[in-house]
Design a protein. Sequence first.
Length: 460
Amino acid sequence: MLKELLKPEIQELIDLHLWADLRDVLETWSPAEIADLILDIEKNNRVLLYRSLPRDLAHEVFSYLDAEQQDSLLHDLTDSETRDLLAEMNPDDRTDLLVELPGKVTRRLLSLLDPDDLKQARWLLGYPEESIGRLMTPDFVAVRPYWTIKQAIQQIKQHGNDSETINRIYVRDDKGVLLDDIMLRTIILANENDMVEDIMDHNVIRLSAFDDQEQAVRVMEKYDLSSIPVVDSQGVLVGIVTFDDVLDIAEEEATEDIQKLGGMEALDTSYKSTTTFELVKKRAGWLSILMISEMLTTSALSYFEGEIEKAAILVLFIPLVMSSGGNSGSQAATLIIRALALEEVRLRDWWYIMKREIISGLMLGTLLGALGFLRIELWTLFGSTVFGPHHFLVALTVAFALVGIVLWGTLSGSMLPLLLKKLRFDPATSSAPFVATMVDVIGIVIYFVVALLVLHGTLL
């Protein structure tokens, strides 16, 4: 899409370094589009383009760059330019920047802040990592319950430009304790001589500054809010969390869960920003554990060495039964991990989940077992002699084994995330590869036990 945005005239302005003319064109662009443009042009032109932007637009564009690009740009800006940029940034965006950058750069930026912004930055950084306190902004509009609507509107007009959002106006007492939040529309439509307390419903959703940032995602999704007030341990309103920040957190959490489901540790930064050594480090641990776990499969196979020698035909179906069990387990694990993340199910629902997965496992196992049975019998019907004179019993062995293995895979895949959550581990660590590996070992045992029962007296 960026190539479409870079029309010939735009590229020509960049090549000729006609930044003033380019600025006039870019003023009709959104900050996100300009950020994409900055990333697409040559590195030595980026700071020149950025410097040509109007000051109020420049800081918005900066917020759309990722941490690596922000760091690179800051290295090329003068102290004066950096000071202006930091002063224009929203407090929550400034906190995110200070957290993401290397310590040396962060110290430099802190030294460039004016006393009020420095105090605010240190206050926000003082909250625990990954807490809502790090995510919130202290810029909001608050009114008193004993004010008239006319006074409240005057307050909104006076401080609205400095607020992150004015969709909701917050009511707090003289000690700063949050009492309520009121839609701006409600205030505007009220009689200006009425009191603020007359339109309060005392039904406010709030978050603690010490809650995990994931809590903000869940609350905002549940109540469909664009902003949520944040209070301290005394109920004092200290800030608000807005939907744009929550969307970033939701994306980060989803990315982390997806990476864990793939059987690796979550990356701390973007893929491009992560070094090759760090990528290997994040993946090597789980790969080693999975390989060692797969050695148990070899041990299980060696236990049935005699049966394999007598009925070598059984070896042909080992990949089939093992993959079917692993796939069913991976499906179940993915479903339950996501349902837990969305709070669609809870630990207390374990029995309900188990019953559903038993039924699902039996139905899926029967379906796959029937397909396996038909595969063997149809090949024999069309003249294949691979399966020998006991092809019917071999087909029954594969069919019954698939029912048992798929049932086991479904049960283990659904119960393991619940067990990990009960033990206060991240359910996402019960990744699809881990479940598949675990099912493989038991699947081999199920397969050969069924073979012993069905083929006893014939091939075995």
